[in-house]
Design a protein around this ligand. Sequence first.
Ligand SMILES: C[S@@+](CC[C@H](N)C(=O)[O-])C[C@H]1O[C@@H](n2cnc3c(N)ncnc32)[C@H](O)[C@@H]1O
Length: 212
Amino acid sequence: MELVNKLVQQYAEKYTSAEDVLIAEVGMYTYTNHAHAQMLSGHLQGKFLEMISCMLRPKRILEVGTFTGYSALCLAKGLVDDGILHTIELREEDAATAKSFFDRSFYKNKIIIHVGEALDIIGEIDETWDLVFLDADKENYINYFNRVMPKVKPNGFILADNVLFHGQVLEDEIKGKNAIAIQAFNDMLLERKDVERMLLPLRDGVFLIRKL
Ligand SMILES: C[S@@+](CC[C@H](N)C(=O)[O-])C[C@H]1O[C@@H](n2cnc3c(N)ncnc32)[C@H](O)[C@@H]1O
């Protein structure tokens, strides 16, 4: 299902500031060399993540699902001077690609990449979070949320990507393990009294969740 009209997308991209040179390079590299390049946030969503981060000026950011590093470089732009972004990636090859881009960036010493299972690693990082971006395996979204939520500061934000899951959550009968998991995540949030939430129909759907 096409969630955003192509002409609207092109118009929005035309009037959105261009990507930084290195961030554009991550995109080009990924589109040229990676079989799953569609996972990358891309121009509009990347700029949205950058804007949110620049508004919040976070000290500690956690990203779950690094891929080739595009969204991490966008989120890092809002970090305060002594801010740190932790990002977690399961696949060693993607983590190595991301690290090669981080090392060439201004954020070389501000981005820490962890390689392995996110659920294990989240528990091992002794931090409290101003901003969390969930963008790894959809079946674990509820687990990720439950694990990070106690460590999110009051008024801190969790952003979750792909919460419309290509429109599959709109269907009468939701099929496929990922769409079912996303629907369960969205329904779980409906019941929570300790968050304020907004489902933004940007790209594949981004949930903005503020811890009260
Ligand atoms: C949608 S991509 C992330 C895209 C990236 N945030 C961006 O916008 O460019 C999801 C990533 O999560 C990783 N991933 C999947 N399951 C994971 C897990 N259990 N632990 C850590 N990373 C995982 C995948 O290998 C993949 O690179």
